[in-house]
Design a protein around this ligand. Structure first.
Ligand code: VIB
Length: 237
């Protein structure tokens, strides 16, 4: 089994857990509150800006011209998606670039961003790429799962996790090529490096679950602070 096949196989329990999460079920059933949706939207835009830094690192440390061109294409797509996202202004969520730039990064988002950013210092595509590819893989798999569910037909639920862009999918799509690059790099790496790369992939899958959970429960530094300072130890995390 190649390293990427091992990653995907071992990530199956995480995928199932993500599918079952009440936030994902809430997308299917249209039962999420405007506050839950807004929290997710704000945190996720900030998360995707952080991904720009990770993709930039992949461009820097790519080991072939083909890799660098692929990562460059992915960066362009990321920036286009962010531009379009900022242009969309649902009534429930007026926003602009400047205010989103000042959105506080809440605890789980910070943990996930730092988990990804920490791989940059390895200067190694094999270590950096899995931290980023895992989230993309998981969203694609969740999109496939949602396709087979009877889901509410109203926005914003209808488009949630519906991957509009075909560039991600199929044998020449980004995710397939990312896995091929992981396998290509794994051949040059030690067993320990391969295990580390796999652990990074699985940790991203785990943090995806916590990203839904934080959105569902509205986990913030403020409510963490008041829970700590009032001595509550129960329901938040
Ligand atoms: C928590 C979280 N994890 C991963 C992604 C990344 N992501 C998933 S699908 C996709 C491309 C199409 O939107 C991107 C960039 C995200 N946005 N939020």
């Amino acid at each position: 089994m190649s390293l990427s096949e091992e990653m995907i196989t071992e990530a199956q329990p995480y995928l199932t857990a993500n599918e079952k999460h009440p936030f994902v079920q809430g997308i299917i059933n249209g039962t999420l509150s405007p506050q839950q949706l807004r929290y997710y939207d704000e945190q996720d835009i900030a998360f995707e800006y952080n991904e720009v830094a990770v993709i930039n690192a992949l461009i820097n440390y790519g080991t072939t011209t083909d890799q660098v061109q692929l990562f460059h294409k992915r960066l362009t797509l990321q920036l286009n998606m962010l531009r379009d996202w900022l242009k969309r202004e649902p009534d429930s969520m007026p926003h602009d670039w400047k205010s989103l730039k000042w959105t506080p990064i809440q605890p789980i988002n910070q943990l996930y961003r730092q988990h990804m950013a920490a791989t940059i210092q390895t200067h190694s595509v094999l270590q950096i790429l899995p931290s980023f590819a895992a989230g993309e893989w998981l969203y694609i798999e969740l999109g496939k799962y949602l396709k087979h569910q009877t889901r509410v037909d109203q926005e914003p639920f209808r488009s949630f996790l519906t991957l509009g862009n075909q560039d991600f999918l199929g044998p020449t799509g980004f995710i397939q090529q990312f896995f091929e690059i992981i396998d290509q790099e794994a051949e040059k790496a030690s067993i320990r490096e391969q295990q580390q790369a796999k652990a990074t992939f699985l940790k991203s899958c785990l943090l995806e679950w916590y990203f839904w959970d934080a959105s569902y429960k509205h986990i913030t530094w403020d409510n963490w602070q008041s829970a700590a300072l009032t001595g509550q130890t129960g329901p938040l995390l």
